[in-house]
Design a protein around this ligand. Sequence first.
Ligand SMILES: C[S@@+](CC[C@H](N)C(=O)[O-])C[C@H]1O[C@@H](n2cnc3c(N)ncnc32)[C@H](O)[C@@H]1O
Length: 307
Amino acid sequence: MIHQPVLLKEVLKFLITDAEGIYVDGTVGSGGHSEAIAEIVCQKGGRLICIDQDPDAVSFSKKRFVSKEGVKVIKANYKDMDIVLENEGIEKVDGILLDLGMSSMQLEDSGRGFSFLRDEPLDMRMDPEQPVKAKDLVNNLSEFELSKIIKEYGEERKARLIAKAIIRERKKEPIESSLRLANIVSSAIQDKQRRRHPATKTFQALRIAVNRELENLKIFLENVPDLLKKGGRLVIISYHSLEDRLVKNYIKKWENPCTCPPDLPYCLCGKKPLMKRIIKKGIKPSESEIQRNPRARSAILRVAERL
Ligand SMILES: C[S@@+](CC[C@H](N)C(=O)[O-])C[C@H]1O[C@@H](n2cnc3c(N)ncnc32)[C@H](O)[C@@H]1O
């Protein structure tokens, strides 16, 4: 299934400040956002660097943009964007987009166990070169560690019950498939009131842990001010409150980096603001977008500009 880009109009409006500029899509996926960005910038001699850590997304997007002048698709982790740009001979860019989370292609066609509705090997790595699979976590972590991941990354209230059930079931036989894990979780927390599948949050938590999603985002946010030209924009779409909180806190820190004690009458540390927020509150998709594309449901977009 082709991935529908989320908040597309808003991304274009806030990301592109110079149609002749250089842009980076750090999470190209199947290229929905990139296609629209390229449509604007590549006509005027601008450039677009597309990055993804998933080789399937990279080969899909390479084919999609094969005849598009000015677009280059590269397999990399966006946390290494500084190295990617250096290799391309680019010092600073006009805009960077991250559309976090996973794509419909990964969920539905990857065969890597992202979906609790399919019987696939329990892998969940976006980058198959990474060492840890979901089954490694599920079969080797302690009850405490599993419960912590499921609670924190999945925001699952019944994390302890789920972790207990996983430990009990893996003693019978290692848990190797997505469907077996989904069934274990469903039987552990039979809850008729849930609107979503009972394993939704557990699967989300494992995916975040396997792909070190928060760690990657943090490394990227530490480096990103150095990658943007003055006036360059950073646009991030998050789907999880922990991601969004990280983005929000970095924007706050960039706007006010002063580390002097609050009672000091003037600043002694000399740290100057690096970026400013462009929109006060995060933008959420409209009801009609959510109806057309339910994946957009939990999206929130934030924008900051390099000073
Ligand atoms: C929500 S999808 C992006 C969809 C895309 N905007 C589109 O319109 O088709 C997220 C993509 O980000 C990629 N991704 C997630 N974390 C990444 C990382 N640290 N580095 C590079 N790519 C990453 C995933 O592999 C996935 O393809």
